[in-house]
Design a protein around this ligand. Structure first.
Ligand code: KG4
Length: 342
């Protein structure tokens, strides 16, 4: 079964053709990073407009690269939530148009479910059930993936997502957008013990995360130094901050996996590209004898391959929408996709 997949939840317009959820026939991503860089972050209005301009060309290229026409496509999958609402609407409406014009099933895909599915492409042997740490720009959560379309959230951030905290810290440090990625590069040789940061806890909820205190702490460190006219070593500060974020993620993941008994850990989302986190989850899994699956670096960020993979499993579970499908800025990963219609 060939699925044409579309992704437009943030600042990448992407389309892809994926066969039977696992085989990538094409993968096209048009990034808007250069444009948003000027503003130090994603400007939603600009993102929507760039998606509207790019989407036809990106979809045409994905079909061409896959060597197929719309006539050989069996379904259209599209990211419908969560994300920037104006951006999502561009992809959803384009997918609806294709579905209507060609009589193809329309498959709504949750963005975080698709980030998890990036691992099905990287690791052809990976099958649920497994434990997943989802770390992206807008979300941080620990999820039991009971089946391809059956998810249970067991811990989540109470405030900022890990990626958001990294991006905001990077911005205050004068590191250009995209902050998390550039901080990772800059701090490669930094000393992660140079600055001390707290490991915040959420009282009574050992599985939940809180990153806003950490973020404030690094911002205060920068401001205090600048008020005293002191030069801060950005590589050391970045390395220390990334280590602090990673420590929080590792601590909760270890506890939750021990408590739930899972022995397979999967990492997903944009921040899973982070070198410190990748190293730390490897050490964690080695220490416990757990199996670890990491998405390949090229599939950590937003792309449509992961939408095509998850879309296949959604389709098999009967998660197909009508033309009344809407987009949602926020939606739980646990909700069945059919509720997208109401
Ligand atoms: O998953 P994603 O593409 O966005 C959402 O779907 O929300 O993740 C984007 C986030 C951004 O916060 C970006 O700074 C972060 O992933 N990121 C990284 C790295 N690469 C991307 N953070 C830390 N280290 C990286 N290497």
């Amino acid at each position: 079964m060939k699925i044409l997949a579309i992704e437009s939840s943030c600042d990448e317009t992407a389309a892809s053709v994926v066969e039977n959820g696992r085989k990538v026939l094409s993968n096209v991503v048009a990034s808007q990073v250069a444009e948003h860089k000027i503003y130090g972050g994603v400007v939603p209005e600009i993102a929507s407009r760039r998606h509207a301009e790019a989407i036809s060309g990106v979809v045409a290229k994905a079909l061409e690269d896959a060597g197929c026409s719309l006539d050989s496509i069996d379904a259209v999958a599209v990211t419908y939530a969560p994300g920037l609402i104006g951006a999502l609407l561009v992809g959803v409406n384009y997918a609806k148009g294709l579905s209507y014009a060609k009589g193809l099933p329309l498959v709504p895909v949750h963005h975080l479910r698709s980030h998890i599915a990036a691992n099905y492409i990287t690791h052809q042997d990976l099958k649920p059930p497994f434990f997943c740490l989802v770390v992206s720009g807008g979300n941080t959560m620990m999820v039991e993936v009971k089946d391809y379309t059956d998810f249970r959230v067991i811990g989540r951030t109470r405030d900022d997502a890990a990626g958001e905290a990294l991006d905001k810290a990077a911005r205050t440090m004068g590191i250009p957008y995209p902050g998390g990625l550039n901080m990772d590069k800059l701090a490669k040789d930094g000393d992660s013990t140079a600055f001390k940061f707290p490991t915040p806890k959420v009282e009574g909820c050992p599985y939940d995360f809180s990153f806003s205190g950490l973020k404030t702490s690094v911002i205060n460190t920068i401001h205090n130094a600048s008020q005293k006219g002191e030069e801060i070593n950005k590589a050391d500060l970045g390395a220390s901050f990334m280590k602090a974020v990673s420590n929080c993620l590792i601590k909760n993941t270890e506890k939750a996996m021990l408590d739930t008994g899972y022995k397979t850990l999967v990492l997903a989302g944009g921040v899973s590209a982070n070198s410190v986190l990748r190293h730390d989850v490897e050490v964690l899994c080695r220490n416990h004898g757990w199996k670890l699956y990491l998405p390949e670096l090229s599939l950590c960020g937003d792309n449509a391959v992961m939408v095509g993979s998850q879309g296949y499993y959604e389709y098999l579970s009967g998660n197909v929408a009508g033309l009344e499908l809407n987009a949602f800025a926020g939606k739980s990963i646990e909700e069945n996709q059919q509720s997208a219609m109401v």
